[in-house]
Design a protein around this ligand. Sequence first.
Ligand code: NAD
Length: 300
Amino acid sequence: MTVSPDPMPAPPTVAVIGCGTMGIGIAIVAARGGCPTIIYDADRARVSKALAEIEMFLAGSVKRGKLDPQTATDTLARFILASAISDLASADLVIEAIFEDIAAKADLYGALNRVCPSGTVFASNTSTLSITRLAAASGRPENFVGLHFCLPAQLMKLVEVTPGLRTSAETLTRSRTFCEAVGQIPIETKDRPGFILNHFAIPLNNRAIRLVEQGVATARDIDLAMKTAMGFPMGPLELVDLVGLDTQERLCDTFFSITNDPALACPPLVRQMVAAGWLGKKSGRGFYEYSSSATFGAEG
Ligand SMILES: NC(=O)c1ccc[n+]([C@@H]2O[C@H](COP(=O)([O-])OP(=O)(O)OC[C@H]3O[C@@H](n4cnc5c(N)ncnc54)[C@H](O)[C@@H]3O)[C@@H](O)[C@H]2O)c1
């Protein structure tokens, strides 16, 4: 039996699961767009840390004249910190942004399905996993959709919207409407690993990593080449530091296992850096080194 998504109020209450690199940005988008926004992470310390980072980001936006102080205050007031999955029961839309691991995501959807009303829409920010498979694990395939935000979500407008085989037209329309209402630009893709963007981003990032591996040039010079000659706003190695080396490793492994495309295989240097704890910006060291006040560009 098809269960229609509950009529989505405007603004809907949004729950974001996973307060990591992507979850924080997606939560900012939702709250800044006017939605009461519940944030939840299995690691409870990450929830309060996320709120502190969100506060810093909003203060920076005000300082740079991108956001007026009242909007920043209102945005901050929309956050609700969850300490258990049962706190997500009032959400109209749940956006999951946890590790790229199909078993972990499937387990989470099982728990969520028991907590949320059957009409609540579930969305995954997965980069490479099948939306149809995740939807099947959710127990509500009609009310499931892929919403792939780009990094950093709070600054990038694009969202790849992906229906699974059983996603209803209503869920798709509501998801697109939500994206537009919070100021994003949705585009629709078929349920194929990597959607559109990662077919370009992951091989390109891997190429840059392999050049470092081979000692062809420093990270700084590779990034400078791409920014200066190709007009990239950020070099590929700066981007990998922001993505997170651990996330890059997971993305390559899942994407390669599905496609067998050698361009998507995880470079050994990424595995070494992850083993060394050099996860990129979030750990203070990746291809570059970061201090608490550092911005991109300090060569590692
Ligand atoms: N980093 C990127 O550039 C990027 C871009 C687009 C999409 N994505 C996708 O977004 C998702 C998240 O990636 P990320 O880079 O933000 O990861 P991350 O490692 O920065 O954060 C993941 C967070 O999820 C939490 N978590 C893990 N399991 C959980 C569970 N069962 N319940 C609740 N919380 C849990 C972790 O504690 C962590 O805080 C992945 O599917 C990834 O493929 C990542």
